[in-house]
Design a protein around this ligand. Structure first.
Ligand SMILES: [Ca+2]
Ligand SMILES: [Ca+2]
Length: 234
């Protein structure tokens, strides 16, 4: 394992052999775990475990070693139907190079923000960007409402539009301290500081990555992303 085996000298390799070899080929965009560990909150061992997870996700639908939108959505919400604003938004934020697919390096660097050791300020900034749908530098009421609706669309909870509006109004009542009808980064920071649980509750969906690495000969990694308290195993 790990060493590059020299290619076969026989030119008669069948396609099934080729397929098997492809499985051991590094996915496109693969980066050295040591380099990624140096740049993120993960250890090299954790990065290697994440690579196993990455391979599973990136071969779940489009078998090309890259994570496509529908594969990401499948991992997040266990379905691939239609599109969902929330999933699309998180995907776009993971797609740092903005080329429409998530490569391994992007995957690890983005997940790093959800690591328990990642700073609160990083998480706060990520959440702000997530809600600032139109990239205006402010969270508008309409943006928060769209995101809350998108999350509820994926849960079993059926909330009326007025209930969603109430969640949004309450959030704004607390967060919009200068009362101009939008939340700026400073207000957001204050709000999160005063409501540490707010990144986790329903009005302010939050992705939590739980990662467990068991090292007993074979490594097993489980990472789950969950929002609004519900766990979605990957
Ligand atoms: Ca990309
Ligand atoms: Ca404001």
């Amino acid at each position: 394992m790990g060493g590059a085996s020299s290619s076969s000298s026989s030119s008669s390799s069948s396609s099934s052999t080729k397929k098997r070899l492809n499985k051991f080929k590094r996915a496109p965009g693969y980066e050295d775990p040591a380099v990624l560990a140096a740049q993120t909150t993960f250890t090299a061992n954790e990065v290697e475990a994440l690579y196993e997870l990455y391979k599973n996700l990136s071969f779940s639908i489009v078998k090309d070693g890259l994570i496509h939108k529908e594969e990401f959505r499948l991992a997040l919400f266990s379905n691939t139907k239609g599109s969902n604003l929330f999933a699309d938004r998180v995907f776009d934020m993971f797609d740092l190079k903005r080329n429409g697919v998530i490569e391994f390096g992007e995957f690890v660097r983005s997940l790093s923000i959800f690591h328990p050791k990642a700073s609160e300020s990083e998480k706060t900034k990520f959440a702000f960007k997530l809600y600032d749908l139109r990239g205006t530098g402010y969270i508008e009421k309409e943006e928060l409402k769209e995101m809350v609706l998108a999350l509820f669309a994926e849960s079993d909870l059926c909330l009326s539009e007025s209930a969603v509006e109430e969640i949004v109004d309450n959030t704004f009542k607390q967060a919009d301290s200068n009362g101009d009808g939008r939340i700026d980064p400073k207000e957001w920071e204050e709000f999160v500081k005063k409501n540490p649980a707010s990144l986790r509750n329903m009005s302010l969906p939050y992705l939590h990555v739980r990662r467990r690495v068991l090292d007993q000969g074979k490594r097993l990694s489980t990472v789950s992303l969950h929002c609004d308290g519900e766990r979605h195993p990957l």
